[in-house]
Design a protein around this ligand. Structure first.
Ligand SMILES: [Fe+2]
Length: 447
C-alpha cells in the first residue's frame, strides 16, 4: 500500500496474520510457549524453560494505581546482558531537547514532504528532527520528527530511553518487531512504542515515510471524555497490543541505545528481542486513526479541535497537555450560519501539523501529504484568502469532508526548529505570505 487510503475498513475487523489483544492500558498476559508465564506470582525461584524474570517499570513504583505502569517479562537473557559497553555513534539528523543550534525568526513555517532518498536508510538512520520542545532529561516536552525508511533495520535493534515513540505512518507499511511481539501497521495507523522497549523496524512492501513524536513526558493515554460520555472519539477496544513472540537467534545484532540525546551501539552475538512471555500494562500498541468516531458541531459554530484528541500526554497541570495527538478525520460538516473551516487562531500551545492523506480544508494548496506546518506559541494562523472567501460565501448544505486525514502534535512547550529544518530545501520560504491576500473588508456603514 502506498499512500494512505482513508476509507474505513469494513464493519468487522479484517482478518490479519498477526495476533493482537484488544484494549487500552489493560493488564494483558500472553505467552509464546505454554506455561512460560508463572501462575499467581511474578518472580518464582526458577522460571519455566530457564527464562529470566525482569520487571520493566514505566512509572515510579509509587505512582497512583490509575497511572501505575509496569510489565513483567520472561526472557531468554535479562536486559543487563543486552546492555554493556556501548560505544557512541553518529546521531545523524536526530536531535533532542533542549536544542538551540539555530535561531529562527518567529514566524509560521511550512515544509514540503521530504523525498525518499535513493540510498538505503533504516528507520533509525532516516529519522530527521524538525522541532524539539521542553527538556528530555527533565522528562518534559517532545521532539517532532519526519522518518524515511528505504531499508529494514538489518541485524539491529533500537531502544529509546529518552522518550516514548509515536509513529504516524503516511506512506508504506512498517513491521515493528518488539520485545513484546510483532505489530504491522499501514498508512493511516499509529504505532506507540513505550520508552525503554527494544524493537526492530522492517519494511513490509516498499519504502516508508511518516512522522514520529518522541514524547519525553507523561505516557500517552486516552483523554477524558467529559459530557461526551462513555463512547466515541478513540474507543479503547480499537487499540491493539501484540501477543508474545520471541527470537532465539544467534545472529550478531547491534543494539542501538538513545540516552540523554546521544546514540550508542553495543554489539551482541544474539537477538535481544527474546521475551517468551509477558504480563502487565506497559506495552506497545497500534491504533487505526480511521476508527476514530468524531463528535462535532451539529447546529452551529466550530468547536475547539480538542474534540478530536486521540491520545494525550498529561502534564502536572490539569488540562495543560505535554502533548495532545489530535486528528482531523473524515466527517460531515453541517453547521448552519457558520464559518466552517478552522477559525483564525492565536494559541499558547504550539501546533505541529502533518497531512497523512488528501486536502486540508483551511489550506487547499501548499500543504500536501507528507508535508508539515508549524504554528508555534502565540503565532497566529488560519485559513488562507481562498478558503476564507469560499467558506464565507458557499451554500451551507451538509458536506462530507472525504478523503482527508491530518494530525497535530500540540504541546504546551514552544517548539525549537532544528538547523536541519531551518535549512531544509523543503522549507517554504513564502509560507507567511499565504495570508497577504486577505483584504480589509471593514465598512462602518454596512452591517
Ligand atoms: Fe490552531
Amino acid at each position: 500500500m502506498d499512500d494512505a487510503s482513508i476509507e474505513r475498513s469494513g464493519p468487522t475487523r479484517a482478518a490479519t496474520a498477526i495476533a493482537y489483544m484488544a484494549g487500552f492500558g489493560n493488564q494483558f498476559e500472553t505467552e509464546a510457549l505454554p506455561g512460560a508465564l508463572p501462575l499467581g506470582r511474578n518472580s518464582p525461584q526458577r522460571c519455566a524453560y530457564g527464562l529470566y524474570a525482569e520487571q520493566m517499570s514505566g512509572s515510579p513504583f509509587t505512582a497512583p494505581r490509575n497511572a501505575n505502569e509496569r510489565s513483567w517479562l520472561y526472557r531468554i537473557r535479562p536486559s543487563v546482558k543486552h546492555f554493556g559497553r556501548f560505544k557512541p555513534m553518529d546521531c545523524g539528523l536526530w536531535r533532542t531537547a533542549p536544542c538551540r543550534e539555530v535561531e529562527v525568526v518567529p514566524e509560521q513555517l511550512r515544509w514540503d514532504p521530504v523525498p525518499l532518498p535513493s540510498e538505503r536508510v533504516s528507520l533509525i538512520e532516516g529519522m530527521r528532527t524538525l522541532t524539539t520542545a521542553g527538556d528530555a532529561q527533565a522528562l518534559a516536552g517532545m521532539a517532532a520528527h519526519v522518518f524515511l525508511a528505504t531499508s529494514s533495520m538489518q541485524d539491529e535493534a533500537f531502544v529509546d530511553a529518552d522518550g516514548e515513540l509515536l509513529f504516524v505512518l503516511q506512506q508504506g507499511g512498517l513491521r515493528f518487531v518488539t520485545e513484546f511481539g510483532v505489530i504491522e501497521a499501514e498508512p493511516g495507523e499509529i504505532v506507540v512504542v513505550p520508552r525503554g522497549v527494544k524493537f526492530r523496524a522492517e519494511l513490509i512492501e516498499g519504502p516508508a515515510r511518516g512522522y514520529a513524536c518522541e514524547n519525553y513526558g507523561g505516557k500517552f493515554t486516552l483523554p477524558e471524555r467529559g459530557p461526551i460520555g462513555a463512547n466515541c472519539l478513540a474507543n479503547a477496544r480499537d487499540f491493539l497490543t501484540p501477543v508474545a513472540s520471541f527470537e532465539d537467534s544467534d545472529r550478531p545484532t547491534s543494539l542501538i541505545l538513545k540516552w540523554g540525546g546521544s546514540l550508542y551501539r553495543n554489539q551482541l552475538a544474539w537477538s535481544p528481542l527474546d521475551v517468551v512471555a509477558w504480563h502487565g500494562n506497559y506495552a506497545p500498541y497500534k491504533y487505526d486513526l480511521r476508527r476514530f468516531a468524531p463528535v462535532g458541531a451539529l447546529l452551529y459554530d466550530h468547536p475547539d479541535p480538542s474534540i478530536f484528541t486521540v491520545l494525550t500526554s498529561p502534564s502536572e497541570t490539569p488540562g495543560t497537555a505535554n502533548i495532545d495527538l489530535v486528528i482531523f478525520p473524515e466527517r460531515w460538516s453541517v453547521a448552519e450560519n457558520t464559518f466552517r473551516p478552522p477559525w483564525y487562531h492565536v494559541n499558547i500551545m504550539s501546533e505541529f501539523m502533518g497531512l497523512i492523506a488528501g486536502v486540508y480544508d483551511a489550506k487547499p494548496h501548499g500543504f500536501v501529504p507528507g508535508g508539515v506546518s508549524l504554528h508555534n506559541c502565540m503565532l497566529p494562523h488560519g485559513p488562507d484568502p481562498e478558503s476564507f472567501e469560499q467558506a464565507s460565501t458557499s451554500e451551507l448544505k451538509p458536506v462530507r469532508m472525504s478523503g482527508s486525514l491530518a494530525f497535530m502534535f500540540e504541546t504546551r512547550f514552544p517548539q525549537r526548529v532544528t538547523a536541519y529544518a531551518a535549512g531544509s530545501p523543503q522549507r517554504q520560504s513564502d509560507y507567511v505570505d499565504c495570508w497577504r491576500g486577505l483584504k480589509k473588508a471593514f465598512d462602518p456603514k454596512r452591517r
